[in-house]
Design a protein around this ligand. Structure first.
Ligand code: RB5
Length: 146
């Protein structure tokens, strides 16, 4: 049997409900790795963004970060070299973030979007590939310039 690809999840307290739902949703397709938080106690999102980015870079796979708005997670994740985090509120953004930007981290806001939309955005993200070609040069420029 083919080995399942890893999909990494991280959240703070404001994103933990949606994270649990999405981890269950993707469980049949992926090996799920949760870098925390594990309960609803108030906590600091940068710590979990950091944990997730380290794991995504180590395993060379995709990750999903969830906080209240997704903004704090995306600001933090994009400080890590090699991480391209995309805060998406619809499927089009999710598809483009993979095809054009080769995003390796999806950020979602539990307080912003509903569960069904989140599932659809996340499915689009994990099932879309980077288009390469002219977009590759631009990704390389990010790494070179920043
Ligand atoms: C927590 O209240 C909230 O600030 C956090 O989840 C996130 O939305 C920050 O960007």
């Amino acid at each position: 049997m083919e080995e399942k690809k890893a999909l990494i999840f991280g959240s703070d307290h404001a994103g933990i409900n949606l994270k649990r739902i999405l981890m269950d949703f993707f469980h049949p397709q992926f090996e799920i790795i949760d870098v925390g938080t594990r309960d609803t106690n108030s906590c600091d999102y940068p710590l979990y963004a950091r944990n997730l980015c380290v794991k995504v870079l180590e395993l060379k796979t995709l990750g999903i970060l969830i906080c209240g708005t997704g903004i704090g997670m995306s600001i933090t994740a994009n400080r890590f070299k090699g991480i391209r985090a995309a805060l998406c509120t619809n499927e089009y953004m999710a598809r483009m973030s993979r095809e054009h930007n080769d995003a390796n981290v999806l950020c979602l806001g539990e307080r912003v979007i509903g569960v069904d939309l989140a599932k659809s955005i996340a499915s689009t993200f994990v099932n879309t590939s980077f288009a390469g070609e002219r977009h590759l040069k631009r990704i390389e420029l990010i790494e070179k310039l920043v």
